[in-house]
Design a protein around this ligand. Structure first.
Ligand code: AMP
Ligand code: GLY
Length: 437
């Protein structure tokens, strides 16, 4: 379906958002505001999305089911949240059915699905990243560790839900990490091979670019908080909170990232016959020697996406459609409001190891009514008794915008404090790095 905004009355279309987290709620929330969108469907969605769109019980990894749904509903654009369906070929199957998809093909999704592929790709195209070697054998891997100095960075090659990275301070820990990945299969089949790489010092940022297969435009940056508890302590998680913009990503750094990392990647993938359509998420280390790539993801970050959606002033639907249809250079560049946004993740007690689900959550409406606040659902379920209950690890995202980051953070916590949920917890120091700078 091609839309010609401005050319008479453009037909309004149905969109399908794939996924069920806070990222997908934020995407659905933003897309629903588009004058081009008639209805937002979500598969499988969540109770928050159900308030603004129609949720259909098809799983986010069920490629055949999603294609059948998009066909049956006459969907004009599928917007894919999580990487699993992309790695399984959802974009390819939709393309075969003639349905526009925001999200890369299986071949382009290798950028996230295989660290070894990405490291080799970066080397071929001169993209700045940590020096590395790939191993499938523990003896050679350990011999290589013997030639290097701490800290050691040991990674499982494949998709490991963001957990397949061990930063070891001693040789002993590094050797143990090699054994855990290759022999004990701590990360399952993601650990057939391991990558050992140079430790990069610096500050991390999440950088986003929209891509249409040939070109790319910057789409903002954010900073996440990966550890579970205050003070960056505790186990690694999918992300406990984020803010955007990221002060460390200055306009000069943004230009450098586009020129040295994003555009060479998009052109390199096109030249290798794997054009990338969707959002490229570069996990960066802003080192004293400039930005370096830690990893690519082929989707929006969660919870970074929530902060971007709150700040975006452009209509999202035509931008995503332009990516899917290879027309990005003709589209208006995305614009963001000047006010920062902070997102606080509320997680179920026990997250990330064994989150306790089923606890009752009250006060979400009250929180959403607080100044500057919007609440996105990440892992909730609405039961027949009318109660909202925790149904996942990360459960709610309380977002707020404000004139300054400090005010955005205060507003977000004011929202959090209206939520009555003894079964949950959150970090109380989201934004500390930017606020203390
Ligand atoms: P990844 O799953 O590749 O994003 O890695 C998880 C986390 O490990 C990153 O967010 C960084 O904090 C850290 N990390 C990964 N690779 C490196 C590296 N080469 N140097 C320093 N820290 C790293
Ligand atoms: N928040 C980091 C990620 O989505 O991978």
């Amino acid at each position: 379906m091609t839309l010609a905004p401005g050319a008479g009355q453009p037909s309004r279309m149905k969109l399908l958002v794939v996924g069920s987290g806070g990222r997908e709620h934020a995407l659905a929330w933003k897309l629903k505001q588009s004058p081009l969108v008639r209805e937002v469907l979500a598969a499988p969605g969540n109770p928050g999305i159900a308030e603004i769109g129609r949720c259909v019980a098809v799983k986010a990894e069920d490629v055949d089911g999603l294609v059948a749904l998009a066909k049956a509903e006459g969907v004009g654009l599928v917007v894919v949240g999580p990487e699993a369906a992309l790695a399984a070929g959802l974009a390819d199957a939709l393309a075969a059915a003639g349905i526009a998809c925001f999200g890369p093909s299986k071949a382009a999704a290798e950028l996230e699905a295989s660290k070894a592929f990405t490291k080799d790709f970066c080397q071929r195209h001169g993209i700045p990243t940590a020096a590395y070697r790939v191993f499938d054998d523990a003896v050679t891997a350990k011999a290589y560790l013997g030639e290097r100095e701490a800290p050691f960075v040991v990674k499982a090659d494949g998709l490991a839900a963001g957990k397949g990275v061990i930063i070891a301070q001693t040789r002993r820990e590094a050797d143990a990490a090699v054994d855990e990945i290759l022999f004990l299969k701590k990360f399952g089949s993601a650990g057939q091979r391991i990558v050992i790489e140079e430790f990069l010092p610096g500050e991390e940022a999440s950088f986003f670019a929209l891509c249409d297969g040939e070109t790319a435009v910057a789409f903002g940056a954010a900073q996440d908080h990966k550890r579970a508890y205050d003070g960056d302590k505790g186990p690694n998680t999918g992300g406990m909170g984020a803010y955007s913009p990221a002060p460390i990503v200055t306009p000069a750094i943004e230009r450098q990232v586009m020129e040295e990392i994003i555009l060479p990647t998009v052109r390199g993938l096109a030249a290798e016959g794997r054009p990338f359509r969707g959002v490229l998420f570069a996990g960066l280390m802003i080192s004293p020697n400039g930005p370096k790539l830690i990893e690519f993801n082929v989707r929006f970050g969660d919870p970074e996406c929530q902060t971007l959606m709150r700040r975006l002033t452009s209509d999202l639907a035509p931008l995503l459609l332009a990516c899917a249809e290879g027309r990005l250079s003709a589209a208006d560049a995305p614009t963001f409001g000047p006010g920062p946004c902070a997102t606080i993740v509320m997680a179920a007690q026990g997250y990330p190891d064994t989150p306790l689900t089923g606890s009752v959550i009250r006060g979400v409406k009250e929180a959403a009514a607080a100044p500057g606040v919007a609440v996105f659902h990440a892992g909730t379920r609405a039961d027949d008794d009318g109660a909202l209950r925790a149904a996942g690890g990360r459960v709610l995202n309380v977002t707020a915008t404000g004139p300054t980051l400090a005010e955005a953070v205060d507003r977000a916590y004011a929202g959090v404090d209206r939520i009555d949920w003894p079964g949950g917890f959150c970090r109380r120091d989201i934004g500390w790095r930017a606020l203390s700078a």
